[in-house]
Design a protein around this ligand. Sequence first.
Ligand SMILES: [Ca+2]
Length: 470
Amino acid sequence: MSDKNTSLNCIVAVTFLTLFAVPAPTCSARAGSGPEKGGLASLYPGDEGIERDSRVLFVDDFETGSPEQIGARWGQMSRKENVSLSDDIHSNSPGNKSIHYKDNAHLYTHTKGVDTMYTRFYVKFHEKTGYIHHFVHLVADRTPTPWPKGGAGETPPGDAKFSTGIEPTGRWGKVPPPGVWNFYSYWHEMKTKWGSVYNGKQEPIVPGRWYCVEAMLKANSSPEKADGEQAFWVDGELFGRFTGFRWRTTDKLKINSFWLLYYNTDQPARHNKDPHPESRVMEVWFDDIVIATEYIGPVHGKPKSGKKKATPSKSALLTPGMLIAEPGKSAFSQKFENGPGGFKGGTVTDGGTDSSKGYSFGPKGCSIWDAYSIPVKDSTTVRFSLKALGDVGDVQILIWSKKLENNCRYKIGSLKKGQTRNIEFRAIEARIGWGMEGPSLEGSVLDNFKLIFDGGENDRILLDDFEIRQ
Ligand SMILES: [Ca+2]
């Protein structure tokens, strides 16, 4: 590692999606001779056997399986028509293949939850690449789902989520495409609703050249301490280290998700005043991904056996209960075949799921009280189906918490006439506040439920197959 003389400026954080520049809330960058010196890869020439190290959480060298099979073991692949295997490999590659994305695509996976996550990946941008909107992310998600959650422009609650992206940025056109590496971070103390940017060494990324990129995200050690960090390396050289983050307000929130994202829109070309957006070729290659709890480092040496194939990892979410308790046993269910069963505010009608009966209600809502009483834990899950009988907006659930003396919300959004949605959420996801930004229902007692929406007096929604699991 040649991190000795890395000099870093404490750069202002700017929002990626807006043009405001604001001071970074916690920005102290330093060159480090930290515990990452050496790295796990130095113990495994050619990465051979690295997947068996207990500190390694996830490995994929894209030597095994079709894109469909790769998507299945990661948990989710988007735009699979844009994903292929390629024989373009980096010079230290111990294998024969890389994975190639064009335009827009992602692989999304989960590891067991950790307090410090390192990732290493090899990446190459097309020689004619343009600027990129969003790129690879590390994510801590209290209620992980196979798909990445949205949340652009929303400050995540400190006990629900935080994330950082290692991304190329054009610095408003100061650097040719794809730009220089920076961090794009979202957490409860970010100073604008569009997140914060942390710049490292200002070395432009050369299109058409393979790089080894590494990122580290370290959670704060206790809820009140601002001792979280993030750092990134390029070809083994420390490019940026940033300290002083209070990423989370509970240590139940672990880093557990990895998003190999390639997200393009025409926005970065506009923001960077790209003079030739029409000539750009939006393609990227990735290879030799390792996720671990310690510093990894670039591929070191050659495998003893010549070319090698790793045993690729699979998503931790494919092991039920590993990341979050499975929904518990059924505590209450109502299918409306024999009347409203405690629900008030609507009427039982035909037209429910599978031609059964359902419960029809208007914009004033329907509710149920004291038909069940369940202490809210991780496993507590609410599920039901909705069918809109008109175009309706802002469908949401209100659950009154005696403990918080307020309503917790879970927002569903709008539904088109005739649209059916199966809703399932963890009760801990319901939160106080219009934007669900306040305290969670966690630790309260779930003994009521109300559904409301915006719509005309005669608009109706049909509720069916309501169930609560402990
Ligand atoms: Ca490979």
